[in-house]
Ligand binder design. Structure first.
Ligand code: GLA
Length: 375
């Protein structure tokens, strides 16, 4: 709060927090209208905000230190850079959607690691969306705010992402995984108390920076859409598992593996939810590892560092492990018995050292709360 006053010369109206996420299972399914199962991280972006009565947007990030001041009517993607695209994109998208919102002074402070596949950008977008919702009395539901945040990322930051990250950041609940149908956004909170089952979720940030805007993600998405079109489907979600073999015979060779990943991955999400509903989180282990193999061999979005982290974690006693998020680097999650936590983390760190990779950052994650006002 003091810092806000120092930067903007006035007191803020409040502070809103929105978390990063890890996805337990359901990768590259969201833009295929499929299923996902993320949890929110304890790490969050916090937006301390003062509503302005003019059309000026002023942004400041504690981490980046660079201020930006811009009149809203002049706001375009080309006028902003780096992190400022996300908050500015949300404000712009709200206006484009017809909401009567004006300017604000916004101070951002985030402890979500950036470029680590943990949705630091969605956290930023959702913190600002939640603040605007309250300060401008928009009365939008969390899912509507997630859609605004996604549109900001698509149109403004130029990343053709699906809806998972923004829905996770807006809608996740403490102590639960979010089982989300990305076609109609129906959702269910699936209770997940890992500690009660003697388990931990280890997050391994490989420190390989991914960049979703680099075209690879867009290419994969386009491949899936082309395959759905060739099969006469609205989306790959509509291909049942028992139709997979026939479908593969009808598709060009390069599209087959993409389709196989999406169809089998949707199956893995449903299986995971069944296990969690029965209170058997340990049964998720093999599902995670199978999901990783599919991302590595069929979808081809893993990299040597994520493959090494998964293989080492499993060899050191993890029940299962997989890369999480869009891929091309980023983070791995490993489901680990409490007593094996240190041994798994140490094994991965040692393997990275031996392979000459940068030291990974490891931490344990508990399912945490979605976006909310905190001050
Ligand atoms: C990124 C995107 C999400 C989703 C994942 C892959 O995180 O932002 O929409 O597609 O990749 O599951």
């Amino acid at each position: 709060m003091t810092q806000f006053y120092e930067v903007f010369g006035a007191a803020p109206d409040g502070t809103w927090a929105a978390p990063g996420r890890v996805n337990l299972i359901g990768e590259h399914t969201d833009y295929n209208d499929g299923f996902v199962l993320p949890i929110a991280l304890p790490h969050a972006a916090r937006a301390t905000v003062r509503r302005r009565e003019d059309d000026v947007l002023r942004l400041y990030s504690v981490q980046a230190r660079l201020p930006l001041q811009i009149p809203l009517p002049l706001l375009t993607g080309a006028r902003t850079r780096g992190w400022t695209k996300y908050p500015a994109g949300v404000v712009r998208t709200l206006r484009d959607a017809g909401h009567a919102v004006g300017g604000a002074d916004i101070l951002i402070d985030s402890d979500v690691p950036t470029g680590a596949g943990l949705s630091s950008s969605a956290a930023l977008e959702c913190a600002v969306a939640a603040a605007y919702n309250d300060l401008y009395d928009l009365a939008l539901a969390p899912a509507d705010l997630a859609l605004i945040a996604q549109r900001a990322e698509n149109d403004y930051a130029g990343v053709p992402c699906g809806i998972m990250d923004q829905m996770a950041s807006m809608c996740c609940a403490d102590g639960a995984a979010l089982f989300l149908d990305t076609r109609d956004l129906t959702q269910r909170q699936v209770p997940l108390d890992l500690a009660a089952q003697g388990l931990r979720l280890l997050v391994i940030d490989t420190r390989v920076k991914h960049d979703l805007a680099d075209g690879a993600y867009a290419g994969l998405r386009a491949g899936c859409e082309r395959a759905a079109g060739l099969l006469g489907l609205r989306a790959l979600r509509d291909l049942p598992a028992d139709g997979l073999d026939t479908a593969l015979g009808r598709l060009p060779a390069e599209l087959g593996p993409l389709v196989r990943h999406v169809v089998t991955e949707n199956g893995r999400v449903r299986q995971a939810v069944e296990h969690l509903d029965r209170g058997d989180a340990a049964a998720l282990g093999p599902i995670l590892t199978a999901g990783h193999a599919s991302l590595r061999d069929d979808y081809r979005v893993s990299c040597p560092e994520t493959d090494l982290a998964v293989a080492t974690a499993v060899a050191a006693g993890a029940l299962g492990a997989r890369m999480t998020g869009g891929g091309f680097g980023g983070s791995v999650i490993a489901l680990v018995a409490q007593y094996a936590l240190d041994q798994v983390a140490e094994a991965v760190t040692a393997a990275f050292r031996d392979a000459g990779h940068a030291e990974p950052r490891t931490f344990t994650a508990v399912p945490s709360a979605g976006a909310r006002r905190i001050g």
